[in-house]
Design a protein around this ligand. Structure first.
Ligand SMILES: Nc1ncnc2c1ncn2[C@@H]1O[C@H](COP(=O)(O)OP(=O)(O)OP(=O)(O)O)[C@@H](O)[C@H]1O
Ligand SMILES: [Mg+2]
Length: 285
């Protein structure tokens, strides 16, 4: 067996782990087993990309890492906190976990600034939630908005921004949480390739400069190869590849996407569009 294709058994949490799953399974109410026994350790500071065809279980795994779906077997453990099955552990874990969604989930009529400030909600409790934002929170929000390159649009309504800009707001809203773990489910799915590249580059740079751990699902193999420290390939709910991008061979890609038509498989390959990858400069989306 290729060493990069690893059969997983339950194992103790690694010392540099941020979150791990042990024999995690998710079966939905319709009896569909979306995730078969999965044991993975996500290590501190790693930029992990989940690959796999539609329905492979990427979103299910990501959602399990934030307690949005419950394990039907096995467990998810956050380092220093414990098993997410415990409600107070889950609450603390969520406070430290930023989530970026494909559809942004912004409130269109609110400004960029106010959307970003909503990311601080998890840090407020009880009556404090009804108080106006503090000056320091507003300054912090402006600082993250600046980081994602949108400072001059801070007071614009979110629904007046392009898709790429809206996703930058989604990133800023996750970053203001000061998370230790960032989860992103197809953050570039609705964006054009150039915008996608810039956004992923920005996300990657921020994660690396802040030592943030990230788990991101993508459909683009070339982007996974470019940015990931580690690629986890899922197929029909099982991990069939786990290793560094250099270990992901064309054979692995074919195996991961073998249900796709040959046109789709080749569109996912790096060789198809290397030109735009080189042309881009890191400018605002
Ligand atoms: N809430 C749900 N109830 C029942 N089945 C579900 C639910 N969510 C997902 N599934 C099923 O579980 C399987 C895995 O879905 P999941 O959304 O995790 O896949 P995915 O890899 O994220 O796919 P995509 O690339 O299309 O987003 C699919 O067969 C899907 O239909
Ligand atoms: Mg999905």
């Amino acid at each position: 067996m290729n060493p990069a294709i690893t059969p997983f058994n339950s194992h103790p949490m690694a010392t540099d782990s941020v979150i791990c799953t042990a024999d995690l399974e998710v079966t939905y109410k319709n009896n569909l087993k979306a995730l078969k026994s999965t044991s993975i350790d996500i290590t501190q500071g790693s930029f992990v990309v989940l690959l796999g065809t539609s329905g492979a279980g990427k979103s299910t795994l990501l959602r399990a890492l934030n307690g949005l779906v419950q394990p039907t077997a096995g467990s998810v453990t956050a380092a220093g906190l414990g098993d997410l099955a415990d409600p107070s552990t889950l609450q603390r874990h969520r406070r430290q976990t930023g989530m970026i969604f494909q559809q942004h989930h912004l409130i269109g009529r609110l400004s960029v600034l106010n959307n970003v400030l909503l990311g601080r909600m998890g840090h407020h409790s009880g009556w404090r939630m009804f108080c106006p934002w503090t000056r320091s929170e507003k300054e912090q929000a402006l600082a993250v908005i600046d980081r994602v390159g949108l400072l001059e649009r801070a007071l614009a309504r979110a629904d007046q921004l392009s898709g790429g800009q809206q996703q930058r707001v989604g990133m800023a809203r996750a970053l203001i949480q000061e998370p230790r773990l960032l989860l992103a489910d197809e953050p570039i799915a609705s964006l054009d390739p150039n915008t996608s590249l810039r956004l992923l580059q920005l996300l990657h740079d921020i994660c690396k400069s802040d030592g943030l751990t990230a788990v991101i699902s993508l459909h683009q193999v070339d982007f996974a190869r470019q940015f990931a420290d580690r690629i986890i390939g899922l197929k029909q709910g099982a991990v069939v590849f786990d290793g560094p991008p250099q270990a992901l061979s064309e054979r692995h890609v074919k195996e991961l996407y073998q249900h796709h038509t040959s046109a789709e498989a080749s569109a996912a390959s790096t060789e198809q569009h290397p030109a735009y990858l080189q042309q881009l400069s890191p400018i605002e989306v």
